[in-house]
Design a binder for this molecule. Structure first.
Ligand SMILES: [Zn+2]
Length: 74
């Protein structure tokens, strides 16, 4: 079964109503997703390019893994 690895972002502010989780990139494995997420989270405020469209806060990045659906593409 093929898996799909991505990094997603969501608003880091708890009370913000921006709940859309955005796919940032797709990677080749979980380690890559994890490393990229950690790197993005580790950037300081001047380097951070992506902010919440609602409240302007930093976005929080996290790795996700999808299992390909059985029979997909057949
Ligand atoms: Zn927000």
């Amino acid at each position: 079964m093929n898996s799909c690895y991505k990094v997603r972002a969501c608003c880091s502010t708890r009370d913000c109503d921006y709940v859309q989780h955005k796919d940032i990139i797709r990677t080749i494995n979980h380690e890559s997703s994890f490393s990229f997420a950690m790197w993005m989270n580790g950037l300081d405020d001047l380097q951070a390019t992506t902010t919440c469209p609602r409240c302007g806060s930093r976005l929080f990045y996290y790795p996700v893994t999808y299992m390909a659906e059985t029979g997909y593409g057949e």
